[in-house]
Ligand binder design. Structure first.
Ligand SMILES: Nc1nc2c(ncn2[C@@H]2O[C@H](COP(=O)(O)OP(=O)(O)O)[C@@H](O)[C@H]2O)c(=O)[nH]1
Ligand SMILES: [Mg+2]
Length: 298
């Protein structure tokens, strides 16, 4: 079954792609074989992250509009951990990206995290790799940057775009260090707001070489996504960064990051807390229980 699916995916069958994503999401029999059969791919991932309401979906919508003009095939994965039941995210994104839902060269899929608070979707790495097998020209992943998830997206994307909005002038000062570290590009969206220029200036000075050497090349771009302003500049920068992201040290760090995450998941797969509790109880009642010895014997 998976052989047929893989063949269909490679031939550009979006229904087969959707089916294989469900297969992996639900860990249906054969999903591991399918994943292990995926051919090597060089498609790069564009990550777009930032707080809820910053205009990420609107921005992605505008970016699709630019990229599609050049005849490219594009996949978009929207991951919204703030909506465990998905409805909100799907509806909102569907309206915002409505132009593209029926376009033959665009594939949009929304995912919600299940169960966990925040963070990325548990199967995001695998789903991204399925998309890579389809041979899209660009894969865009939109995630909500809350808590740790913005750091996680950095381990997934070859180029990470952090979207922020101009707030009170000194908001930049309190911006989470996490966002600073992962951004390859900063987008100040909603630049139609009054304090946009002050905000951009503060952000730039914060990113200036005097602040830290590492950040001195992070571009800051002003956009008004709802008016499609600043999009071509952003797109040019992203394409340039993607070009530079060809096989370098970061490529292997990204793969190591993914391997680490997958190994961790695999290890924990057979561990059930309820089962542990039962075993501990038995051990404990035998007397002189030692937690470390218990773990070592596992
Ligand atoms: N004023 C203004 N509103 C915008 C801009 N970009 C997006 N919006 C609006 O901001 C709201 C949230 O946008 P959305 O793309 O869903 O944000 P997301 O949660 O980051 O994906 C929507 O009502 C958009 O129409 C912008 O540049 N200026
Ligand atoms: Mg969104």
């Amino acid at each position: 079954m998976w052989q047929e699916l893989l063949k269909q995916i490679q031939q550009g069958d979006t229904k087969a792609l959707a089916r294989s994503i469900s297969l992996v999401e639900n860990e249906k029999p054969g999903y591991e074989t399918l994943l292990q059969s995926l051919p090597a791919s060089t498609t790069k991932i564009i990550g777009i992250t930032g707080p809820p309401g910053a205009g990420k979906s609107t921005l992605v919508d505008a970016l699709i509009g630019l990229l599609i003009n050049t005849g490219k095939k594009i996949a978009v994965l929207c991951v919204d951990p703030s909506s465990p039941f998905n409805h909100g995210a799907v509806l909102g994104d569907r309206i915002r990206m409505s132009d593209w839902y029926t376009h033959p060269n665009v594939y949009i899929r929304s995912l919600a995290t299940r169960g966990s608070m925040g963070g990325l979707h548990p199967k995001i790495i695998e789903i991204t790799d399925l998309l890579k097998a389809f041979q899209f020209d660009h894969i865009i992943i939109e995630t909500v940057g809350v808590g740790q998830s913005e750091v996680e997206i950095a381990g997934l994307a070859d180029v990470t775009v952090v979207v922020v909005v101009p707030e009170a002038g000194d908001e930049v000062q309190t911006m989470k260090a996490g966002l600073m570290e992962i951004a390859d590009v900063f987008v100040v969206n909603k630049a139609d707001r009054p304090d946009a220029d002050i905000f951009v200036r503060n952000l730039r000075s914060m990113l200036a070489p005097s602040f830290s050497k590492t950040y001195n090349e992070v571009p800051v771009i002003k956009t008004v996504a709802s008016q499609k302003e600043g999009i071509s500049e952003l797109s040019a920068i992203i394409l340039d960064l993607l070009q530079k992201a060809q096989l370098n040290d970061k490529t292997f760090w990204l793969l190591a990051e993914k391997a680490y995450y997958l190994i961790e998941q695999k290890r924990m797969k057979d561990v059930s807390k309820a089962e542990l509790k039962k075993e501990i109880e038995v051990c404990f009642k035998k007397g002189s229980f030692n937690l470390y010895k218990f773990i070592a014997d596992k």
